[in-house]
Design a protein around this ligand. Sequence first.
Ligand code: GTP
Ligand code: MG
Length: 237
Amino acid sequence: MKEFEVYSSLRVPKNSKIIMRLDGRSFHSLARDLKLVKPYDENFYKVISEVCKDLFEEFSPIFVYTFSDEISLLFDKVPFDGRVEKLNSVVASFTASSFVMHYGVQFKKPPAFDSRIIPVTDGDIYNYFKWRQDECWRNCVNSHGISYLKSRYSNSEANDKIKGMNLSDVQELLFENGININHVETYKKRGIGIYRKNKKVVGFNKKENKNQTSYRSYVCADWEIPIFSEEFFNQLR
Ligand SMILES: Nc1nc2c(ncn2[C@@H]2O[C@H](COP(=O)(O)OP(=O)(O)OP(=O)(O)O)[C@@H](O)[C@H]2O)c(=O)[nH]1
Ligand SMILES: [Mg+2]
């Protein structure tokens, strides 16, 4: 019967780096069920950030990036020998379990994440994450815009109004009404990144009878992530 498992030999291209992107399934309904704060629920972001740390510890990507209900992982060494079925199923189910564990509440329906694999060359990495960070920014502007409009109009009027506006129209509308979108918290505008940073450690070297500086790496969930640049990705190990 083994020959019926026709997808089991599917592997990502050899020696290729990959990005995996996970996205919460029907989180629009989950947000309603959990009564998440609109437009941004800080507790939800704390949970997703913990999920990203779990993913980092478990599968050793070199970078994890999240905003809204999506998580992107960048791998230079691909787990499971690059087997596509293993990667998609194990990483997605691990993500959902971690999400449930960190949330610690009763859900109406079991949360799930979809998963996809994107093989990338070094030259694609910055472009990919810039694309997602631009989407995070669009999301930030639009979600503040719709929240503002819903505070003034009915839901359907608010939805109609935002449909006819481009991003700068929404920014303008918010600004005219006392909301400078540039001043909201960084994680809302740029997302959250999880990666290794170096920490300076000063220890005493007894043999040489003097202080000695060394660097130890640690996993950091960066809620003050910069606007992505090529350099940011060149520095990742
Ligand atoms: N209230 C609230 N909702 C959030 C927050 N973050 C994410 N969401 C919800 O998550 C949804 C994510 O968008 P999508 O992934 O496009 O929608 P989805 O319902 O998950 O649909 P599929 O991914 O296609 O299954 C948003 O539309 C919001 O409803 C938050 O901080 N607060
Ligand atoms: Mg989703």
